[in-house]
Write a protein that binds this ligand. Structure first.
Ligand code: GLY
Ligand code: MN
Ligand code: MN
Length: 434
């Protein structure tokens, strides 16, 4: 059931933060793929966060002041176009359903905006996000400026509205957390399905198809990002997306894949043996990454700073690499020299929300920011071992990452994606073959 008050409240909060002026927030354009075929349409996250409105060719305008106004510009009803492309609300029905103060056809945007911008002290806009809109809005501001002899002034200040919106989006409300939990349930089911389907001889893309099947058959709109299904050495290519290699007995399979559900992304990685049973060397490395992840998750709690989970994970990884004789010296010496970075070269997480790498600053005034309830992040340590003379061959081409999504709570954190098996015992049990 659509709840327009949720979005109305967000718009009101943004107006309060703006204090004065006018905000212009367009949704994303449709993008041509080739010929007459478009990429699947995905709305702009900031626009959707404030409106709940899915259609392209729409712009939200907020005017602070008494009375504050929330105005939608959208496509008109058009029976001819609707026969080809499907339902569109049109301004009247959109205003009613989504709770705007007013709604107008998108074709009237320039004229109405010229009026609305007049005598406003400040203009808020996602500066630099869509170059076309930057140009258009500055041109409209120039049109307002041209009315100076009529006593009308144009906004003197231009602000990036994302400075305010990103901070709002960083703290997820209970509706957002509920959507993230639904997305997580589908994504974890997809990982279980992929584990069950995996066996030597299959192609990586066949496993990718299992993931996509689960996403769509449970109602998720899309994968949140291109799925990584990386067998054997492919797992050491961090952004491997070709997914076209045959799976080999004795190798590991790394899957980094998750769905987007109602505008919210999940992001999960699991690594497991293609034949269902970890080898001794695979298990040695896997247990280190798993311990690093558990330590990082324990460090994801309110009051900890952003980098604490990363620091905690790296210390455990480094100790493990020393124990396996892949790094040498004391933990502090290895951390100092950075010699572990040939095996662990990425960070341990990122914000997660409407975007898989979600908005929000990681530092405030030069310091890592503190975690607080409602923030959602990934915890994703890994270890990637390429063949080298100084590395025992048993470890060659082992690439492991374990990634979960966690929501910070008042007590610590909730692991949204824990239903995807990750202990050696749980994985081997799930993959057991009759
Ligand atoms: N799947 C993207 C990431 O893990 O950051
Ligand atoms: Mn991630
Ligand atoms: Mn990922």
């Amino acid at each position: 059931m659509f709840n327009s008050s949720l979005y109305r409240n967000r718009r009101q909060r943004l107006i309060t933060l703006m204090q004065r002026g006018i905000a212009v927030i367009p949704t994303a354009p449709e993008v041509l793929r080739n010929g007459d075929a478009h990429y699947p349409y995905r709305f702009d996250s900031h626009f959707h966060y404030l409106t709940g409105f899915d259609e392209p060719e729409a712009v939200l305008v907020l005017v602070a002041g008494a009375p504050a106004q929330s105005i939608l510009f959208c496509r008109e009803k058009d029976m001819e176009r609707e026969i080809w492309d499907g339902f569109r609300y049109g301004p009247a029905a959109a205003r009613e359903k989504f709770g705007f103060d007013a709604a107008f056809p998108i074709a009237e945007l320039d004229d109405k905006l010229t009026e609305l911008m007049g005598n406003q002290p400040a203009l808020f806009h996602p500066l630099g996000k869509h170059a076309v809109w930057d140009d258009r809005i500055l041109a409209l501001r120039a049109r307002v400026q041209a009315q100076v002899r009529s006593g009308i002034t144009a906004p003197n200040e231009i602000h990036d509205v994302r400075t305010l919106l990103d901070e709002m989006r960083l703290i997820k409300d209970k509706d957002e957390l509920a959507t993230l939990r639904r997305a997580a349930a589908i994504s974890t089911a997809a990982h279980q399905r992929a584990m069950r389907a995996t066996r030597p001889g299959k192609m990586e893309y066949e496993i990718e198809a299992e993931l996509l099947h689960e996403f769509r058959s449970q109602g998720a709109q899309a994968p949140a990002y291109t799925s990584i299904v990386a067998g054997g050495a492919n797992a050491c290519v961090l952004h491997y997306i070709s997914n076209n290699t045959q799976l080999k007995d004795g190798d590991l399979l790394l899957i980094d894949a998750a769905c987007e559900m109602d505008g919210y992304a999940t992001d999960i990685t699991r690594t497991f043996p293609i034949n269902g049973k970890f080898s001794a060397a695979q298990k040695d490395v896997y247990e280190i990454v798993l311990a690093a992840q558990a330590t990082a998750i324990a460090a994801a709690r309110p009051g900890a700073h952003w980098n604490e989970p990363h620091d905690a994970a790296v210390r455990v990884l480094v100790q493990g690499l020393i124990d396996l004789k892949l790094c040498h010296g004391s933990v502090d010496a290895v951390l100092e020299s950075g010699s572990y970075k040939r095996f662990y070269m990425h960070r341990t997480g990122h914000w997660l929300g409407m975007d898989v790498h979600d908005v929000g600053n990681y530092k405030l005034e030069g310091n890592w920011r503190l975690l607080q309830p409602g923030m959602v992040l990934t915890v994703e340590p890994g270890c990637y071992i390429r063949p080298a003379d100084d590395v025992p061959s048993a470890f060659w081409n082992i690439g492991i990452r374990i990634e979960d999504d966690v929501a910070i709570t008042t007590q610590g954190c909730e692991v949204l994606t824990e239903a995807a098996p990750k202990t050696v015992a749980a994985i081997e049990a799930l993959m057991q073959r009759p």
